[in-house]
Design a protein around this ligand. Structure first.
Ligand code: ATR
Length: 271
């Protein structure tokens, strides 16, 4: 039997932790898998993915900047991928067709629930940002039945558009109420370069958890800002990375990995 082949497509991709994460999952399953990084050229995702699956690939993760391309290229889409307009997981089906899913939102919800023991049902959630990263998590957040989901974005019109599409609320940064949210999630790309959205500190005073989808070695600028503003706890997106990977692995192989030791190994710099 050939070793089952998986891959992650992105550009850049050299930094990706996905191979190490998936190899730890495979060790838990007692399975041997191949999992490679594939650097696709801009505009050539479809070609690159088609070649991988034609050569026997069974499944793939997709990261920046190809999630929208993956959605357009796949033969079928899950409801989550359709709503997000983006796919991070491709699955080769027994009939050879490629099915696309999006596990980012599930990863976020699973991380908030499992690692932080914070329930989302009944909570007032603030989602900051209205780009692809935000769009990808809205449906899974709404499925948790929060008391409210408010989308706020520097360019307010984009937040209004997303809110209308999904049946959520939108608010301008300057209008956000003091002590208005239990959970605040930062989905802005500025976070990757240490920029904090221009939101007043008073907004965070009753915040149980300030969650930044970005991650790095140190707490992010958003995490520090929210904690200084009164948020009880803050978290970066490393747990989301592991949880979305676990959900992809489950879709490919029907095995649910234990994410805790994988996250611990990443935090310790062991993988
Ligand atoms: P991604 O796919 O990572 O979400 P994107 O689609 O380019 O990337 O969207 C980037 C998001 O981060 C947008 O919501 C953007 O706000 P604008 O719509 O106003 O551009 C937000 N963003 C980026 N830098 C930001 C900053 N310094 N402050 C606030 N929001 C920022």
């Amino acid at each position: 039997m050939p070793v089952p082949r998986y891959a992650v497509f992105g550009n850049p991709i050299a930094h990706s932790r996905s191979p190490a994460i998936h190899q730890m999952f495979a060790a838990q399953e007692g399975a041997a898998i191949e999992y490679e990084r594939i650097l696709a050229e801009p505009g050539r995702f479809a070609e690159s993915a088609a070649a991988f699956f034609a050569a026997g690939g069974l499944g793939a993760n997709v990261t920046v900047p190809f999630k929208t391309d993956a959605c357009a290229w796949a033969d079928s889409l899950s409801a989550r991928a359709r709503a997000a307009g983006a796919a991070n997981t491709l699955i080769k089906q027994p009939n050879g067709q490629i099915h696309a899913d999006n596990t980012d939102g599930l990863g976020l919800v699973a991380d908030i629930r499992r690692h932080f023991q914070v329930a989302l049902a009944g909570k007032r959630i603030l989602l900051i940002g209205a780009g692809g990263a935000a769009r990808g998590v809205i449906l899974p957040l709404l499925e948790c039945r929060p008391a409210s989901l408010t989308i706020a974005n520097r360019t307010a019109a984009k937040a209004r558009e997303l809110a209308e599409t999904f049946g959520a609320s939108a608010a301008e940064f300057a209008e956000l109420p003091a002590a208005g949210f239990d959970i605040a999630i930062n989905a802005t790309s500025g976070s990757l370069s240490g920029q904090v959205p221009a939101i007043a500190a008073k907004v965070f005073t009753q915040c149980e958890l300030a969650y930044d989808m970005a991650y790095g070695r140190e707490p992010t600028a958003f995490m520090r800002f929210a904690q200084n503003a009164g948020a009880q706890r803050s978290a970066d997106g490393l747990g989301m990375l592991v949880e979305q990977a676990a959900e992809s692995y489950r879709l490919w192989r029907g095995f649910s990995p234990n994410t805790a030791p994988v996250l611990a190994a990443l935090r310790a710099g062991e993988i």
